[in-house]
Design a protein around this ligand. Structure first.
Ligand SMILES: NC(=O)CC[C@H](N)C(=O)O
Length: 234
């Protein structure tokens, strides 16, 4: 399959995502410049992590006006697969592709460590190779990762099974201590209503090779996407 990785001024995880797709999983991958008017002929778009436009105003608030974002919205609305990681999640919320917002971490610190997550929904193109309730470990690196949505939106997310990952202990308990940033309901990642757009604060693309330390749980996201795309094409 072909992955397109958007590059904004200030992206810094674009090469990690490209490397994972191309060199670790042997797929086609290409960079898409933020000023391009189209994402081109790709099967999935990755909106990568980083500090687009220096995180000015709010993380993602400027990037969402980049020319390419209009086509990312079109692509998503037509059912295309979109994966927003960290700053990418922030940009997708700002662009209105995902509900809610990401605010400053409650401890006002940039958190850079490993987080354990419980898989809440494994019926998505991004998680179908995981088990529901499985605990995975992904790195986190963010200052504005505190997910927030108001009561109505939260009810909708719960009712439609849109919460995909929640911060949890290693044994899968949802506790305050396991929550690195004060996200409401320990939410670490959500999908849109149709399930083709996933945004998450932790970084699956940074844990796809166990040789680097930190495990390779992130491979499950990439493998899920690759298998899903092959199945749809067949
Ligand atoms: N790793 C990242 O994508 C950083 C996200 C964002 N700029 C923040 O600090 O919240």
């Amino acid at each position: 399959m072909t992955f397109g990785v958007i590059v904004f001024p200030g992206s810094n995880c674009d090469h990690d995502a490209y490397h994972a797709a191309k060199h670790v999983f042997g797929q086609e991958a290409r960079f898409i410049w933020h000023q391009d008017e189209t994402v081109g002929d790709v099967d999935a778009v990755i909106v990568p992590g980083g500090f687009s436009y220096g995180d000015y105003l709010r993380s993602g608030a400027v990037a969402r006006f980049s020319p390419v974002m209009q086509d990312v919205v079109r692509f998503a609305n037509e059912g295309g697969l979109v994966l927003g990681i960290c700053n990418g999640f922030q940009i997708l919320c700002e662009a209105g592709l995902l509900p809610g917002t990401l605010m400053r971490n409650d401890n006002l610190r940039f958190r850079c460590n490993h987080a354990t997550l419980r898989v809440e929904n494994n019926q998505t193109p991004f998680t179908h190779l995981m088990d529901k309730g499985q605990v995975v470990s992904f790195p986190i690196a963010h200052g504005e990762g505190r997910y927030f949505a108001d009561g109505d939106v939260l009810d909708e997310l719960r009712d439609n099974d849109q919460i995909v990952f929640r911060y949890a202990t290693e044994t899968g308990d949802i506790t305050k201590d396991a929550n690195p940033n004060g996200s409401i309901d320990n939410i670490a990642g959500i999908v849109n209503r149709d399930g083709n757009v996933l945004g998450l604060m932790p970084h699956p693309e940074r844990c796809v090779e166990s040789l680097l330390g930190g495990g390779d749980d992130g491979a499950l996201v990439f493998r899920s996407l690759i298998e899903h795309t092959a199945t749809v094409a067949a």
